[in-house]
Design a protein around this ligand. Structure first.
Ligand SMILES: Cc1ncc(COP(=O)(O)O)c(C=O)c1O
Length: 359
């Protein structure tokens, strides 16, 4: 007999309380009941983002919000600087190019981050935006967003942060860190069902949206904000996923976002300490920026290890992304992961690794 334990880089496990909330007849999205749900979700998301701004809830995964960030705040021909650390940060640079922006990429080898000092030499008075990934899920590294906010706050450039696998697991403070655009997906540390993304804009970004000329319609954020203020959505939203996300974000608000982040940090440290004692090292070049939500490790037997964990123990982690598939594995400690799940993973990992290394 085995029990399923999900410790993926996403989608993450859905709390039973959320499953129960979704187990009901559909509600009309223009009803008062759904308005209340939308308003409650919006209020709790503000606590998670640590912002006084509205947080818009879009139907569409994180890549949809990434597109909304670009099409609502920029114009074709705008010069932007994009940090590229792995496939997800590369996606944002690729997308910006697809929309006609002029992108200067600051690339780092896999497993490293770009520091403010690496990026600022490329920022000048023509720079309209700097794209920084909070947590690169492909390589397991975390950028110092706070430092980027400090460096960019008095410039004409917007700081655009992909925090898809950051918010809800790692420290994040939209307003205090001077972040201009931040977006995330439902299916990571926010513990929701896939299909929803959330996005927040600073005053500086809303101002840029007034002059943005890129085509936008489905993901028009001004429309989303105006409807959102009334607990409404411009189009038929993914109603069940929103009901679910409301429940999971309520759980985060009840526990307190700082306590949730502290719990995730503790679980991440449990994982790296135990795996370290078994000779398995983090992929991040420097432990100071190793991701604590998508914990990524070197292991030349990763595919076999991941398969044994799943087939023998029902524990789902996953291999590294793209080129890193065979040499790394990623363990999600974000979201609905308990200390006992981590203990079960480490118990099984020790057995498998010890057996592999004795061969
Ligand atoms: C850091 C990061 N950015 C963007 C995305 C894309 O999000 P989605 O798959 O929700 O479109 C992901 C998905 O894993 C991600 O990890």
């Amino acid at each position: 007999m085995k029990k399923n334990i999900l410790m993926l880089a996403g989608p993450t496990a859905i709390p039973e309380r959320e499953i129960k909330a979704m187990d009901r007849q559909i509600i009309f999205h223009r009803s008062e009941e759904f308005e209340e749900i939308s308003k409650e979700l919006g209020a709790n998301l503000k606590k998670v983002f640590k912002t006084r701004q509205e947080v818009m809830v879009l139907t569409g995964s994180g890549t949809g919000s990434m597109e909304a960030a670009i099409t609502n705040c920029f114009c074709a021909g705008d010069e932007v600087v994009a940090v590229e650390l792995g496939v997800f940060s590369a996606r944002m640079a690729d997308m910006a190019e697809a929309f006609g922006l002029k992108v200067t990429r600051v690339k780092k080898p896999y497993g490293e981050v770009a520091a403010v000092e690496d990026v600022m030499p490329y920022v000048n008075e023509n720079t309209k935006g700097v794209f920084v990934i909070h947590n690169e899920s492909a390589t397991g590294v975390t950028s110092d967003l706070k430092a980027f906010g400090e460096a960019l706050k008095d410039t004409g450039a917007l700081l655009v942060a992909d925090t898809v696998s950051g918010i809800g697991a790692l420290d994040f403070a939209m307003d205090d860190w001077h972040i201009d655009v931040a977006f995330a997906s439902s299916q990571k540390a926010l513990m929701g069902a896939p299909g929803i993304s959330v996005i927040c804009l600073s005053d500086k970004a809303w101002k840029a949206s007034e002059t943005s000329t890129l085509p936008k319609f489905y993901f028009d954020l001004r429309k989303a904000r105006d409807f959102g203020l009334k607990g409404q959505h411009p189009w038929t939203p993914a109603i069940y996923a929103i009901i679910g996300l409301n429940e999971s974000v309520k759980m985060i608000a009840e526990e307190g976002i700082d306590n949730v982040v502290a719990r995730n940090t503790r679980l991440s440290e449990m994982v790296s300490e135990k795996l370290g004692s078994l000779g398995i090292r983090r992929f991040a070049k420097d432990p100071s920026y190793a991701s604590k939500s998508v914990n990524t490790f070197f292991y030349d037997k990763s595919p076999a290890f991941v398969k044994r964990l799943r087939e023998e123990y029902g524990i789902q982690i996953y291999n590294g992304q793209a080129d890193l598939h065979d040499t790394t594995f990623r363990v999600g400690t974000m979201g609905y992961v308990a200390e006992t799940d981590v203990a079960a993973f480490l118990y099984a990992a020790e057995k498998i690794i010890t057996e592999f290394e004795q061969r």
